[in-house]
Design a protein around this ligand. Structure first.
Ligand code: COA
Length: 177
């Protein structure tokens, strides 16, 4: 469990997700999907049922290089982030990062607190050598956040995302550990 103080003075408690968080997580994803056009899903488009989310949490916990973090403010799920490591031996030193913050907590330092924890964890595994991520190439705020933590843009897939019939490039960034 990690504690951090948000810019508005509220306490953010960060811990690994548990199966009992599944219901809250599904509701959270259905909500944050509608708060940003920079995700791969929209409002009420969470791909999992509560049971499916429980299974996902169980499956991901089987690889010790995976980490799924949740952050709470006053008991409310405020943010989440995860590292998903590759399982095939030849690429097992890589992991993929995903992160979301509820809109009402944006710009308070929540994503920075999550990233600090994930990067520390990744370094401590000893097996992970790089973190990769995909970000909408026009998501300047997220790109700035990642650059602050040392991520570099290393590639681009054109027209990878489609939102309301408009296409956006995918910027691939990585951090060498
Ligand atoms: C991008 C996102 C994760 C940032 O979360 P956050 O908790 O608001 O980020 P932080 O408060 O830790 O900000 C860290 C840095 O990111 C940059 N940043 C974040 N939001 C910003 C904004 N609205 N304007 C300018 N810079 C911003 C800044 O460099 C900021 O540092 P600063 O506050 O010292 O200037 C959050 O806005 C979000 O969930 N957005 C929707 C989903 C999304 O885009 N996810 C990323 C998918 S790749």
């Amino acid at each position: 469990m990690a504690k951090s103080i948000l810019k508005d003075g509220q306490e953010l408690l960060i811990r690994p997700a548990e199966e009992s968080d599944a219901e809250q997580l599904v509701a959270y994803m259905n909500l944050v999907g509608g708060e940003s056009d920079f995700l791969t899903y929209g409002e009420n488009e969470c791909r999992f049922t509560v049971e499916g989310e429980k299974q996902f949490l169980r499956d991901q916990s089987e690889n010790p290089a995976n980490l799924f973090l949740v952050g709470f403010v006053g008991g409310e799920l405020a943010c989440s982030a995860n590292l998903a490591a590759e399982s095939k031996k030849r690429i097992a030193h890589n992991c993929e990062l995903g992160i979301t913050v509820r809109k009402k907590y944006w710009r308070q330092g929540a994503a920075s607190a999550l990233l600090t924890e994930l990067i520390r964890f990744a370094r401590e595994t000893g097996t992970l050598k790089a973190i990769h991520l995909d970000v909408y190439a026009n998501n300047v705020n997220a790109i700035r956040l990642y650059e602050k933590f040392g991520f570099q843009a290393v590639g681009r897939i054109r027209n990878y995302f489609r939102v309301d019939d408009r296409y956006y490039d995918d910027l691939i960034m990585d951090l060498s550990l």
